[in-house]
Ligand binder design. Structure first.
Ligand code: SF4
Length: 325
């Protein structure tokens, strides 16, 4: 068995910005220790970041997190993921052009560019991950992606507001002396004029979904929305809301493409709670590493969770929490 790396340095306390209006949340957060370092991967490199997706994975299945981030196991990308990535790339290019040149590209040009780049970007994906065209073959996936992009440009983009930034990298540590950071990339930040003459500041995340639109309950609890709104709050310029800008693409049952937006907000107390949750997850990661090491299972997902299935977990066949016994 691999030996544990150098023992981690003692934890620092997470001390949120003082806000007398939320003493309870601040007091709770202040009691949560923040580890100075995250563990090392099996290849010897120390982990330096925790992202919203990494946090979500750890909370849902510590063992899946260990396999992904400590052991470096990569999951295959399926057709739906490929479509989502390509539409995301095309919308990013669209907003990059607008921010750099002050003009909106015609939809036909954006879709032409999407078509031209499909093969090259797919090749780049295939160099990192196995690609499995499960739900559709490649040609169909490309067509469905083009329809999703067209719908996004026609229905979503006019409603998302004036872009201020796209794919902005945000990174910060939770306490002085802590050697790892919370890292994220915000798809899009916009200004949206309101009926009353005010200006809403919005953080937007694009999603291409084969399933139904995100429910309000899920949006109100989503860790990505929570983190990115907490980031804006930490920066001293809180956003008015977070919007999931969704394209509901074709799937086996749905023959048409449509769009949906789900908006969500957070209070200052919820921002503090989000950062406290990340602090605690980091401490739990270090504790799991110290208790179980880098090669033994860390804790299995709830078996009824959608993730713990042959369809959604690449480890299902080899994990004792799946069917690997
Ligand atoms: S099979 Fe289940 S328990 Fe095992 S890694 Fe996957 S989600 Fe986690």
């Amino acid at each position: 068995m691999t030996q544990l790396a150098t023992p981690p340095a003692p934890a620092r306390a997470y001390t949120p910005d003082p806000d007398p209006s939320a003493v309870t949340a601040a007091g709770l957060a202040a009691r949560i220790p923040v580890p100075v370092q995250l563990p090392c991967r099996l290849d010897g490199r120390r982990l330096e970041h925790l992202s919203a997706s990494g946090y979500r994975l750890f909370v849902e299945c510590p063992e899946a997190w260990r396999r992904r981030y400590i052991a470096g196991e990569r999951s295959p990308k399926n057709a739906g993921m490929v479509i989502g990535s390509r539409v995301d790339d095309a919308l990013t290019d669209y907003y990059r052009h607008q921010l750099q040149h002050g003009e909106q590209l015609p939809a036909e040009e954006v879709i032409d560019h999407y078509q031209q780049r499909w093969s090259d970007l797919l090749q780049q994906d295939a160099e990192r991950d196995q690609i499995i065209f499960d739900e559709f073959d490649e040609t169909t996936a490309r067509q469905i992606g083009a329809a999703a992009l067209s719908e996004a440009l026609e229905q979503l983009v006019p409603q998302l507001g004036e872009p201020v930034a796209m794919q902005r990298r945000v990174e910060f540590s939770l306490a002085p002396g802590v050697q790892w950071t919370i890292l994220g990339y915000l798809d899009l930040e916009t200004h949206q004029p309101q009926i009353d003459g005010s200006d809403a500041e919005v953080v937007v995340d694009y999603k291409v979904k084969g399933a139904n639109a995100l429910s309000q309950i899920k949006a109100d609890r989503d860790p990505q929305a929570s983190l990115y709104l907490a980031v804006r709050w930490r920066e001293g310029r809180p956003a008015t809301r977070f919007t999931f800008a969704q394209v509901l693409r074709q799937n086996a049952k749905r023959k048409t493409t449509s769009t949906a937006q789900t908006h969500t907000e957070r209070t200052a107390g919820q921002h503090r709670a989000t950062l406290a949750r990340f602090a605690l997850a980091a401490s739990q990661i270090v504790a799991a590493y110290q208790a179980f090491g880098p090669e033994r299972p860390w804790g299995f997902a709830e078996p009824s969770h959608w993730r713990c299935s042959a369809k959604y977990c690449a480890a299902y066949g080899s994990c004792a929490g799946g069917s690997g016994l």
